[in-house]
Design a protein around this ligand. Sequence first.
Ligand code: PEP
Ligand code: MG
Length: 581
Amino acid sequence: MQTLSDSAGADQAPADEAETGRTFAGVGVSPGRIIGSVLLMPKAVREPAVGELLAAGTSAGDASAALRTAAKAVQANLTARSASAVGAGREVLEATALMANDPMLVKAAVKLITNGASAERAIWDAAASVAEMLHNLGGYMAERATDVLDVRGRIVAELRGVPAPGIPFSETPFILVGEDLAPADTATLDPAKVMALVTASGGPQSHTAIIARALGLPAVVAAVGVDGLTDGTLVFVDGAAGTIVVDPGADEVALAKSWETTTAALAVFDGTGRLKDGHLVPLLSNVGGAKDAVKAAAAGAQGVGLLRTEFCFLERDTEPTIAEQVEAYRGVFDAFPGKKVVVRTLDAGADKPLPFLTDASEPNPALGVRGYRTDFTSPGVLERQLQAIAQAVEGTKAQVWVMAPMISTAEEAEHFASLCATAGLTTPGVMVEVPSAALTSASILEHVDFVSLGTNDLTQYAMAADRQLGQLAGLNTPWQPAVLQLIRLTVAGSVDEGHDKPVGVCGEAAADPALAVVLVGLGVATLSMTARALSAVAAVLASVTLVEAEQLAKLALSAHSAADARRLVREKLPILISLGL
Ligand code: PEP
Ligand code: MG
């Protein structure tokens, strides 16, 4: 059957062909071939019906006892897990364990049960009140509100006899399989335990895919039906081909072994991105905070091309203070003394909601008040963030550039540049991720010093295809001729109009070694990617001259489909095969 996904790359099998025998086909979003056993991501805990009462025949005494037992069991489980955890993870688990059996929480729930509520509803409402109280206290206490809500889900799951929500726990490494992952789930993912990620939905630019690439985990999204597998099933995951094979045989074992050898052999990035003829292409890294930045610096990144500041505050339901922001940003700057760090102001909304900035009830969040646009609805937050960035710059040696996400017009770019000037930030830029910005880059560059192409959103908006939807994966690829044209026009807006200001790419396209060559051939000056991709991208760039890259860009632009563009370019880059990419 012809499907929308049929235009995905040759090694990106269409989602609609999922489950042919014991093989599931999805979209490969992070390379790697691995064999391991499945552990399913439990479904989110369903809220008990509002006003749910004690079941007939259940006394308040029995329900209260069940609740206390469930709370104790959750506490015991979290305490046991904290014993084998280390560092910050251990502290979080210890704090959550205490919260599970907090006398105030349990007492409040028992009171509601005495008034006739079911145990599940009682703990749900009691936790909501406690969370609100903590939230109103502000500061450290406000942050504990999330723990209470986490614990509430666990207690309800325990009462229902279903698995606890969140990333499952196991002593041994496993392949995580689920419907999809929320950004908050991925934040608690331990790469020492999770060998690969497989989801039934999600698109190639979804945050599951981005996190998988950042962690270097093989990953497949949009593998329809894969969440029907059972815990403990042995599977082979091919994160480039996008396949999952149940009960792998000798062929898969051989493929997994050869991948191990390939990754070990892939040269480490020496810290200077360049083509075969010496043309320099600085390779920067995308980071979500200081920890990532330290890793990126160790991997040889020549700076940070995208600091996703919203990742520093994903769990927050209140605006971070200036002091908190200064601390978060300075940690990143300190990892890159003397190097460029591009800070993106908060890109809240759509797949990255921040409750203090975005409205969860919008009908079309991806087209709504997100990114820079939150300045229209929450004035002051952007100015305070710019102040915090300016303060964090003081005393650090990093060269800090600042950019705004989701800019649609030259007026917006002008306004952002004026806010940066007021805050004392000297190198303002904007992201080009809306087609209108790509088409008007010349006017935009009259106001700012650089632009950075966010190809994830640029693709979603150019193709009108939600980046989170696996079914639209075939449309949602930056290899689409229309997306390549928008990139070409963005560069032309800088070069042809005599601005000669740098156009970088910080979307996932930069992490695809073959596409990276095309981007350079289109005139892109710098590439920013997850630190894990640096060595592969550097190795492939070093195999072509600028003239060859330009020829490959022309070839891609002239292709009739994304699949053709990708195939034609890959055929001319034999190094990809030898590196197993
Ligand atoms: C992009 O859209 O390409 C981008 C880099 O931003 P994000 O993925 O954070 O939306
Ligand atoms: Mg974006």
